[in-house]
Write a protein that binds this ligand. Structure first.
Ligand SMILES: Cc1ncc(COP(=O)(O)O)c(C=O)c1O
Ligand SMILES: [Zn+2]
Length: 408
């Protein structure tokens, strides 16, 4: 029984088949490539999986790393899937759950893509990686590259969360800031890679394995529900790797027979200030148009032009899902609501999902009986400035006022 059942890479646009044991970027037609598995070689059952260590490598047959010794891990995966009963009641969706990716190395779900992407790149002999990022992915890939003994070159917008810069520097990445957006960073990286033999461009969906790491969010949700699928999964969508990955994972599980029934309706959430997928979905289009002047505090989803737009839209249409835009004002208010009602300080991207649930319940798209999983893709701690904490400063001799809670 092989450690990985990886068989080949295929192109979801032109159908071309590629050798998975060579280093690949995109297909010659420009599309991202997807890893395919020989599911007949998966000789385990959910019962066997249950006895494995609690990290994402428990699904190694469905991951691309061929040799167990090549796994580069910091213990990522099996994040909590927690009930949000008070928030759920307040929103009119009592069966509300949150997959909390704040509790993972580097504090965001980007650790999943980095762990699998770096492990597979190292296994294929890549010694150096280069990538543009909105911050979180750069931080994650830098630390996993460090753990693998690889060089990393990272370019991020100057406006990306400052802590991600520190993380890249601490891990020894070669880091540049660009006075622009992620697309500008991508152009700088592409030009640099062309002049640096040995560097692989690991931009979003420009290599096939980051998505394999991210799909484990879908595998875990199914396992944590007892190999059952929820009615709806709500995901903050930038480049879309997470939502494409979850869709891919759930289809693989159906094909394996580990789950049955309808796929969850998938919901892509974007910020009102950068919502190319929402606009395309509303037009019934198969692809999106670039968004001009993107702007949002939910920095991770500031992606005006996603390479995998057609794959995101296909996942939404195929599952009877939808796409929702939310304002910064509303998502920031919900970031505090979640902390107040449930004690969880989530990132603005995660908060956007909560606002989306609120809106979808108000519009009637969600009903009170729906079981809904929202993805909190990272820790609120990465974005300390999203919650203004203006509180009284007392002199050491000062006194704390006694609240008037009313005596009767
Ligand atoms: C916290 C956070 N949430 C969501 C996203 C969007 O990720 P995806 O590429 O999977 O759409 C990002 C990407 O940077 C992110 O950092
Ligand atoms: Zn192709």
């Amino acid at each position: 029984m092989p450690y990985s059942a990886l068989s080949h890479l295929d192109c979801p646009r032109c159908g071309a088949r590629h050798d998975a044991d060579q280093v690949h970027g995109t297909c010659s037609c420009g599309s991202p490539l997807l890893a395919r598995y020989d599911l007949d070689l998966v000789g385990v059952s959910p019962r066997d999986i249950a006895g494995r260590p609690p990290d994402l490598w428990r699904y190694h047959e469905l991951l691309p790393v061929r040799a167990p010794g090549r796994v580069v891990s910091l213990g990522e995966g099996m994040t909590p899937l927690i009930a949000l009963p008070r928030l759920g009641r307040a929103l009119g969706v009592p069966n509300l759950l949150m997959k909390d990716e704040g509790l993972i190395p580097t504090g965001t779900f980007k650790a999943r893509g980095a762990a699998v992407g770096i492990s597979r790149a190292a296994e294929l002999g890549v010694g150096s990686i280069a990538m543009p990022t909105n911050g979180n992915a750069g931080a994650a890939w830098s630390v996993y590259a460090a753990r693998a003994g690889m060089r990393s070159l990272v370019v991020m917008p100057a406006a990306a969360p400052a802590i991600t810069r520190a993380e890249c520097v601490a891990a020894g990445a070669e880091l540049y800031l660009v006075d622009g957006l992620i697309g500008d960073a991508g152009k700088l990286v592409a030009a640099a890679v062309a002049r640096r033999p040995g560097y692989q461009d690991t931009s979003t969906l420009r290599e096939p394995y980051r998505i394999e790491g991210k799909k484990t969010m879908g595998l875990e949700i199914a396992e944590q529900l007892g190999w059952r699928l929820p009615g709806v999964i709500v995901y903050p969508t930038g480049g879309g790797v997470g939502i494409i990955g979850i869709y891919k994972a759930l289809r693989e599980l159906l094909e394996l027979g580990w789950v049955s029934g309808d796929l969850p309706r998938l919901v892509a959430v974007q910020a009102a200030g950068c919502a190319p997928i929402v606009r395309a979905f509303q037009a019934g289009a198969a692809a999106s148009e670039p968004w001009k002047d993107p702007q949002t505090v939910a920095f991770g989803i500031t992606v005006p032009n996603a390479l995998g737009d057609f794959l995101i839209l296909e996942a939404l249409y195929a599952t009877g899902g939808t796409a929702v835009a939310v304002t910064d004002e509303a998502l920031l208010a919900d970031q505090r609501t979640v902390a107040r009602l449930e004690g969880s300080f989530i990132c603005p991207e995660g908060a956007a999902c909560v606002t989306a649930v609120r809106q979808l319940r108000e519009s009637g798209w969600l009903s009170a009986s729906d079981e809904v999983v929202v993805l909190n893709t990272g820790a609120g701690l990465i974005y300390p400035d999203t919650v203004p904490a203006e509180v009284p400063v007392l002199p050491p001799t000062g006194s704390i006022p006694v609240p008037d809670w009313g005596s009767g």
